[in-house]
Design a protein around this ligand. Structure first.
Ligand SMILES: [Zn+2]
Length: 445
């Protein structure tokens, strides 16, 4: 292919598969058909993907990792405090550049210990603080619960810090982190070492174990998926019911471990504060919580992988999860199910396999509409699992009917190319107008 033609293609947003001609990575994810006339394998998709794996640091390295996390937490809290202070004094917001410059100016005098760690630890923490404010202002504008940034706690927050991709190097069984050097990985060959661009690496600690999450950008060939469409109805009785007849039982990991969890919590609360036994029982409790999280993650990944890789079109309901969790009787079961994560995973996995995800409007009546004749019925309490349509006489299973409706909703949304309605912003629970001043005023310094 000539250079001129290639440039013209790129201008049009068209690319070819890596082996035909190396693609130029765009800024955002794109999916285009390969232009090589003999190639009919599918689309090129530029994706970002995270790979998280466990580290095997030496004792000295673990100390260094902890020190990096400590500096990151300190810098984040300092930046947050500084911004609040400045706003209260002048009514103006400090920019990221000003905060970062001030930190670096004061670092040699006031915080010389920060030199023992990589500059990325505090640099990215200050950036995160800025990001937290951006998100806060965005939510304030949209009218949802604003969520003013909060200080990171030494005890409750996850210890973590992030370094840029250019500062790390990955090999099969080890990763090189700035200042610390090569750290061994527990699992060999999981992190991608070639054909990807490293964007960042985040080190975090959970239940006494160290993890690294590497974020990469890479081009994949997504098949031109001609798989069927599927509607997914998520619920409490079954975790998900698919219009293809599939039905996954709710795993209830949390509920299954509840007895053990309660016993450990009870034991923990009886230990004297600050004692070695209290620390030990806290470790035990953290380990169990981590185990439950892993079980849930495993289940959700397998489920979302199944639907994303086998179907060309997946349609799910937009669940008002936050509103539903507020219902005390259902809160635990809903949080345990992990629908939100399931939706997020489907959203990023579907494009990997050339599929599409459609989220039905929250107000779409998937349960109360007859999937055969389209008749709408008035009331359908959650306790009624089966019903008969009074117009066409079809006997419906509640969840199967909903999943059939969702499948048709997805098909219609794609063929008609109608823009699926954007999410309605959640109402402000207090029902008052929220201003940023109110938040700055309330936060403690
Ligand atoms: Zn009917």
């Amino acid at each position: 292919m000539t250079r001129g033609k290639r440039e013209a293609m790129i201008a049009l947003g068209l690319r070819t598969h890596p082996e035909h001609d190396p693609p130029i990575a765009g800024k955002s994810a794109c999916s285009v058909r390969c232009l090589e006339s003999t190639c009919n394998r599918g689309f090129l998709v530029l994706i970002q993907r995270g790979y998280k794996t466990e580290l095997r640091p030496t004792v000295e390295q673990a100390n260094q990792l902890a020190r990096h996390c400590g500096v990151a937490r300190f810098a984040f809290n300092w930046a947050l405090g500084r911004k609040i202070e400045h706003y209260q004094a002048t009514g103006k917001t400090l920019t990221y550049k000003e905060v970062d410059a001030e930190f670096n100016r004061r670092k040699p005098e006031e915080w010389p210990w920060a030199y023992e760690t990589s500059k990325w630890a505090h640099g990215n923490a200050i950036r995160d603080c800025e990001k937290a404010f951006d998100n806060f202002f965005r939510r304030l504008k949209q009218g949802g619960p604003p969520g003013f940034p909060h200080f990171r706690s030494k005890h409750r927050s996850t210890p973590k810090y992030r370094v840029a991709g250019e500062a790390v190097k990955v090999e099969d069984d080890r990763i090189r982190l700035p200042v610390i050097g090569w750290v061994l990985l527990k699992r060999c060959g999981y992190l991608p070492t070639s054909g990807v661009k490293l964007l960042s690496a985040t080190v975090s600690q959970r239940a006494g174990r160290w993890f690294v999450s590497v974020n990469v950008e890479k081009t994949i060939v997504a098949p031109e998926n001609q798989g069927p469409a599927v509607g997914l109805d998520v619920g409490l009785k079954s975790f998900v019911v698919g219009s293809d007849g599939s039905r996954l039982d709710p795993p209830k990991f949390f509920v299954r471990s509840l007895k053990k969890l309660r016993r450990l919590s009870r034991q923990h609360s009886r230990k004297q504060k600050g004692s070695a036994n209290r620390r030990k029982s806290a470790d035990k409790l953290a380990k169990l919580h981590f185990r439950i999280a892993c079980q849930r993650g495993d289940f959700l990944h397998k489920a979302s992988h199944h639907y994303a890789s086998n179907f060309g079109l997946v349609c799910i309901e937009d669940l008002h999860i936050k509103g539903m969790v507020r219902n005390r009787h259902l809160a635990r079961a809903i949080s345990d199910a992990g629908w939100g994560t399931f939706g997020v995973q489907l959203a990023y996995k579907c494009p990997w396999y050339g599929g599409k995800l459609v989220e039905a409007d929250r107000w779409y009546k998937s349960s109360k509409t007859c999937s055969v004749c389209g008749e709408e019925i008035g009331e359908l309490p959650l306790s009624i699992r089966e019903w008969t349509c009074h117009k066409c006489g079809t006997h419906h299973d509640r969840d199967e009917n909903a999943s059939n409706n969702l499948r048709e909703y997805g098909r219609a949304a794609v063929t008609a190319r109608t823009v699926v309605k954007a999410r309605k912003p959640a109402e402000n629970p207090a029902g008052e107008t929220v201003t940023q001043e109110a938040f700055y005023g309330n936060s403690k310094l």
